[in-house]
Design a binder for this molecule. Structure first.
Ligand SMILES: [Zn+2]
Ligand SMILES: [Zn+2]
Length: 288
């Protein structure tokens, strides 16, 4: 968790450092007020000495990446700090927060609240033995905000021509927190094999930051690995392989689905995958 979160913060701060005026290092906090961000936070562009960056502020960038809104954060902060947080730009700023489960008020940074467990009592509860026994269990979270692209639907359809892919599951319970939740929601889940399939392409990644998304993808893969899952990533549109489970392709074709199934066999065994095959030859069914 720490290393992943650190990578995300560095990436966002790196983005800011790249800008004109070299905002960073020890002078970062002191000079924040002189930076005007594209989201409208920070200094006014007309302020004397203000540096104008054509980027959203670090906090707006992280909200975007984690699919959260500032309104959601404002609903969690102690009411006396609401107006300060409304225009906050820094990820490391400390605020008093109200636990949504009714625990005591606590102090934490904005990034801790957005990317991890931040209430001390909730952290202790998440570490209890009961919780870790549920790690790896797939289930349906009906309240999940899902964005299924046409490409993801096509990938699922191609896989369904080959193996049985259940539609009633969309999340996997993990043993750590990932963006404030103890579950991850990969594109496609095959619980019988403990394999998740993700579709990555530059078009989709452009909605956030490529580097930022890759850091969080790696963290998601690690979290699934801890609970015995493998993640097969279809890497389309020029994205490079990021490991033995990457299926690199120019576009989504039947061949890609065949390669995914072949990788499943390598990871889990032919027998395990055969048990899920659809349209199995009659001779084989008779043997079974
Ligand atoms: Zn902003
Ligand atoms: Zn709590």
């Amino acid at each position: 968790m720490r290393s992943g979160r650190h990578a995300i913060v560095c990436r966002i701060q790196g983005e800011v450092k790249d800008g004109p005026g070299h905002v960073g290092g020890a002078g970062y906090a002191a000079r924040m007020t002189l930076v005007s961000f594209a989201c409208g936070h920070g200094a006014a562009p007309s302020d004397v000495g203000a540096i104008t960056l054509r980027r959203a502020c670090p906090l707006c960038m992280l909200l975007h990446e984690t699919h959260r809104t500032r309104g959601e954060l404002l609903g969690r902060v102690a009411s006396s700090s609401r107006s300060a947080l409304a225009s906050e730009t820094r990820l490391g700023a400390v605020y008093p927060w109200v636990c949504e489960r009714g625990h005591d008020r606590y102090q934490a940074t904005v990034i801790d609240v957005l990317t991890g467990p931040s209430c001390p009592k909730c952290i202790r509860n998440a570490q209890s033995p009961t919780v870790s026994r549920e790690g790896g269990v797939a289930s349906m979270n009906a309240g999940l905000r899902t964005r299924t692209s046409l490409t993801e639907q096509r990938l699922r359809a191609l896989l369904e021509e080959r193996i049985r892919v259940p539609r009633g599951v969309n999340t996997v319970r993990i043993n750590r927190m990932f963006y404030g939740k103890q579950e991850v929601w990969p594109d496609i889940l095959v619980p019988a094999l403990r394999i998740a399939i993700e579709y990555d392409d530059p078009g989709r990644s452009r909605r956030a930051h490529l580097g930022l998304k890759e850091a969080s993808d790696r963290e998601k893969d690690d979290a699934l690995g801890e609970v015995g899952w493998e993640v097969i990533r279809v890497r389309a549109g020029g994205l490079e392989s990021i490991g033995p489970n990457s299926i690199v392709c120019a576009s989504l074709t039947a061949d890609v689905a065949d390669r995914i199934v072949a990788r499943m066999v390598e990871l889990r065994s032919a027998d395990a995958v055969d048990a899920l095959r659809v349209g199995v030859a009659p001779a084989r069914q008779a043997e079974a």
